[in-house]
Design a protein around this ligand. Structure first.
Ligand code: SAH
Length: 348
């Protein structure tokens, strides 16, 4: 505003319109001079992305596929539960971590999202809520490795949690990471109250190397140490996520080994039954193995929960919406193992 010769307080007015009053354009910003509104309408956009797709699932989950200015697409989700309105957002286009069961990393990472692109996922989803409802929780569990884009992520989250932004509590925000120890320490040093979730997925070095390839460079011990350090400095208990892959890491011996690893730590385990990704050779765990795994971990005195899957009907889970229509080209290797499911290509 100042650069263009306008009083600076107009900038605060514009932000209020966007954050509080859900404005998606400038023309209705009635307390701005008409000429300024026209100028803004001509030269500026409230959002840098456009909505390429909006899917609503029967369970009330909204999924947006957003197209950035460079044509790249990212996905984000709004989940409505009885007492919660949770958004799940992405931090990168694609992902460079290569977890073998995950759809987001199949083509590697294309680029980091800007802080604005991260922020506007939250605002666009918030704007889908009825006027009298607010977002209650935010999880950074969409596409990308959150801590590989730490600066832009924190820029966006701090805005979301500031009184001039959405005023969300930092404690209601969960950052999920594959476990990058240096970045976890850097986050701890920033002295925020964000909740950290670490994707463990295996209790032993050898199995984690197989499922989470970045582990070969990092090491399970260093990940758990960095989680301990985060707890010590933030006072916030860390959650360990564990995707249960049928017949791969869901056995009683893995459950015991996980308990060995975490028993002495103040932590929480979140078990995530695998969401099948077309073309990948993994299966959902049986209900019995989920129950057994949960029982073993709990019996050792560790707090544990099993994640409910939401939005499966609309491919809301785990980088899958963006992949529809791409599946044929994306996983040629996996296609050699399993035939590409019919009816997937061409939807976008
Ligand atoms: N890069 C971050 C965010 C990833 S998404 C991280 O690694 O934590 C959030 C969680 O979903 C991670 O634990 C991830 O491993 C898990 N996930 C990925 N693909 C999945 C699938 N097909 N089924 C179930 N969980 C999956």
């Amino acid at each position: 505003m100042s650069e263009r010769g306008h009083p600076a307080y107009h900038a605060r007015q514009v932000l209020r319109w966007i954050f509080e009053r859900r404005a998606e354009g400038f023309s209705g910003m009635s307390d701005l001079p008409k000429r300024l509104r026209e100028e803004l309408e001509e030269g500026w956009d409230v959002f840098s992305t456009s909505i390429a797709l909006h899917h609503v699932s029967p369970d009330g989950t909204d999924k947006l596929l957003l197209e950035c200015r460079d044509g790249r697409r990212v996905e984000c989700v709004l989940m409505a539960e009885v007492d919660r309105r949770t958004v799940c957002i992405s931090t990168q286009v694609g992902c460079g971590m290569g977890c073998v069961f995950c759809a987001s990393g199949l083509k590697g990472v294309e680029r980091n999202l800007t802080d604005g692109e991260i922020l506007e996922q939250v605002i666009r989803l918030r704007n889908l809520l009825p006027a009298d409802e607010r977002l209650t929780n935010l999880v950074v569990m969409g596409m990308g490795e959150s801590l590989a884009n730490l600066d832009n992520l924190i820029g966006a989250l701090d805005r979301i949690c500031s009184p001039e932004g959405l005023g969300m509590s930092q404690r209601r925000v969960t950052i999920s990471t594959v476990g990058l120890p240096d970045k976890m320490r850097k986050l701890a040093a920033l002295d925020r109250q964000y909740h950290l979730a670490v994707s463990l997925h295996a209790p032993t070095e050898a199995l984690r190397d197989e499922l989470v390839p970045i582990n070969a460079k990092v090491g399970l011990g260093a990940v758990v140490d960095a989680a301990d350090a985060y707890f010590r400095s933030s006072g916030r208990q860390v959650t360990f996520e564990y995707v249960l892959l049928g017949g791969v890491n869901d056995g009683a011996s893995e459950a015991e080994a996980l308990a060995d690893l975490l028993e002495s730590r103040k932590s929480h385990v979140n078990l995530i039954p695998y969401n099948p990704v077309p073309g990948l050779p993994f299966e959902r765990p049986s209900a019995n193995s989920v129950r057994r795994f949960e029982g073993i971990v709990r019996a050792r005195g560790i707090s544990v929960s099993v994640r409910k899957t939401k939005g499966r009907e609309i491919d809301a889970a785990c980088g899958q919406l963006r992949r529809r229509g791409e599946v044929g080209q994306v996983v040629p290797d996996a296609r050699a193992i399993l035939p590409a499911p019919a009816g997937i290509a061409g939807d976008l």
